[in-house]
Design a protein around this ligand. Structure first.
Ligand code: SF4
Ligand code: SF4
Length: 206
């Protein structure tokens, strides 16, 4: 019995010399390991706004919203980190592998859940006929680079790249019905379908 007491005495003396094992959080930051999975953060430069991260999120913590700012359409990705389970699937499945990472931020508590949002916004290209938002400009350009010569199978993708390179200016269009000349325009899927059918079958008779 007395040996047990001796052991406790040694432990007590050692603790006095070495200091406490516990950390002084929140008075001082807690040392964190390299592998911590903290708050996911978007990277404006690496993200193309494709929305793949929202599709794979198992708890649906990411919303994809189509918004407008000063008359320009944008796609906004809102990651609600109050719902996030820090699984890292969004990082693993990111199309560019550079759009989102798990940071080392772990102090995420707050009083208002509506403020617990990590977001990125990407400007969208508009259809030249109906004005609908098609997809983020960065996403179309990324597809163009990935597809190489195969990108020429998609008129909207290669025209988006030509615009970016300054090789193409949009020619203003009046309210006339779709015609063949519209095939060489940046179009939303609905207008592309319309102009393709028109080109193949002619105007639909009532
Ligand atoms: S870490 Fe997991 S839960 Fe959190 S946003 Fe990414 S996919 Fe969703
Ligand atoms: S590029 Fe990555 S982070 Fe950006 S929307 Fe696509 S999957 Fe999400």
């Amino acid at each position: 019995m007395k040996w047990f007491k001796m052991r406790e005495l040694v432990e007590a003396v050692t603790s006095v010399i070495k200091g406490p094992y516990t950390h002084k959080f929140p008075a001082e930051p807690t040392p964190i390991p390299d592998w911590i999975r903290g708050k996911p953060v978007y990277h404006e430069d690496g993200c193309i706004g494709c929305g793949a991260c929202a599709t794979v999120c198992p708890v649906r913590a990411i919303d994809v919203k189509e918004i407008e700012k000063n008359g320009t359409p944008y796609r906004r990705l809102e990651l609600h980190y109050d719902s996030c389970v820090f699984c890292g699937d969004c990082v693993r499945r990111c199309a560019t592998q550079k759009g989102i990472t798990l940071s080392d931020q772990y102090e995420l508590s707050g009083f208002d859940r509506s403020e617990m949002i990590e977001a990125v916004e990407k400007e969208c290209m508009e259809c030249e006929v109906c004005g609908e938002a098609i997809a983020p400009r960065d996403q179309l350009l990324w597809m163009y680079k990935r597809l190489g010569s195969m990108a020429y199978a998609n008129v909207t993708v290669y025209l988006a790249a030509q615009e970016e390179l300054g090789l193409r200016d949009r020619v203003p269009r009046d309210d006339r019905p779709l015609d063949r000349t519209d095939t060489q325009r940046v179009l939303c899927p609905s207008c592309r379908r319309g102009v393709t059918l028109l080109d193949e079958w002619g105007p639909i008779q009532p």
